[in-house]
Design a binder for this molecule. Structure first.
Ligand code: ADP
Length: 314
């Protein structure tokens, strides 16, 4: 056993593992663990996995030790409290014969609850792949995804089904409406599998379809069908609303109205709304802008004062 005096960091770590019994196993050897984790870096890594570090900090009398504890605790909190949505080194590789296509090549980002986020990039950049993974429609080849404190990337297929049902609202580019149901029935269908839905008729009114709710999709224009698709996703009152080019099929004014509705919903319901688009003009309206290029994050920025949707032109 190493007899050398312990540094404050080592003492902090020792106090920590002695207090937090949940980290112990029958085979835990405190002193051995300490030697194994001599470097500050390793100690940080170890302690970031546990919950009760702040308790152990209280046990340390020495001021210097408490300072060290504070530093470690901050780091631990950072490691432990990911954003509402967090992607860590997410990769998606498609194999086509001999060729590998790296649709996502190490994606990292974090999104807060209630944020209105624009994911922008050229065609083929990987935007839809990100959205499909976020929405549980596709699984990453590797990497981690956390949503609301849970590691969704480890979910079983059954857990994934519930995740898609209760946590995610998806607005597809191609609408995906049920053709033999009316607009209202399409929205009602989604509400039936939701825990805490919004009012069907109010949501239909909000997307401006009050007069068309008894029409079938084939009787509606592309823009109107898109609005049904948005109402259907919104009415589920999901934790996050994922929209793939939601204004793609809409005329300019209707497109703006829909974006306004999506932004208002993020604000009023604290709903996280993520919009994928190739339209760079939309970057000025997002709280956060994630730029994607060739399967990688090109940049992530925040707009302290997002522009009014009415003032955006494209
Ligand atoms: P974006 O939405 O930005 O246009 P995508 O996420 O659709 O980009 O695609 C990213 C890359 O992955 C592209 O090169 C695309 O061709 C490729 N890709 C997407 N889906 C598949 C698939 N199912 N099989 C093979 N390659 C795919």
């Amino acid at each position: 056993m190493d007899e050398s005096p312990r540094s404050p960091v080592e003492n902090a770590f020792l106090a920590h593992i002695m207090v937090d019994k949940s980290t112990l196993t029958e085979d835990t050897d405190f002193e051995r663990t300490l030697v194994d984790h001599r470097s500050v870096e390793n100690i940080h890594r170890r302690t970031s996995d546990t919950k009760n570090f702040s308790e152990s900090a209280c046990l340390l009398r020495n001021v210097e030790e408490q300072e060290v504890c504070k530093m470690m605790n901050n780091e631990m909190m950072h490691a432990q409290a990911p954003g509402f949505i967090e992607l860590r080194d997410v990769r998606k590789t498609y194999t086509m014969g001999e060729t590998e296509i790296h649709a996502l090549d190490g994606i990292n980002f974090s999104i807060d609850q209630g944020e209105f986020v624009i994911v922008v990039g050229a065609s083929g950049a990987g935007k839809s792949t990100i959205l499909n993974i976020l929405g549980g429609m596709d699984k990453a080849t590797s990497g981690q995804m956390f949503v609301d404190g849970k590691e969704v990337s480890t979910y079983t297929p059954k857990q994934m089904t519930l995740y898609r049902r209760y946590d995610v609202g998806f607005v597809f580019q191609s609408y995906n409406l049920v053709q033999n149901l009316t607009a209202r029935e399409n929205v009602e269908l989604a509400v039936q599998v939701s825990k805490n839905p919004l009012d069907v008729d109010q949501t239909i009114d909000a997307v401006g379809l009050r007069e068309r709710k008894n029409n079938f999709p084939s009787q509606l224009s592309g823009g109107e069908q898109q609005r049904v698709a948005i109402a259907r996703a919104l009415a589920k009152n999901p934790k996050m609303l994922l929209c793939d080019e939601p204004t793609g099929a809409l005329d300019y004014q209707t497109g703006k109205a829909i974006l306004q509705l999506l932004q208002d919903t993020a604000r009023s319901h604290n709903m996280t709304v993520i919009i994928v688009t190739h339209n760079a003009a939309l970057t000025s309206i997002g709280d956060k802008v994630i730029r994607v290029k060739s399967g990688k994050i090109e940049s992530i920025s925040r707009n302290e004062h997002p522009m009014d949707i009415a003032d955006v032109e494209w």
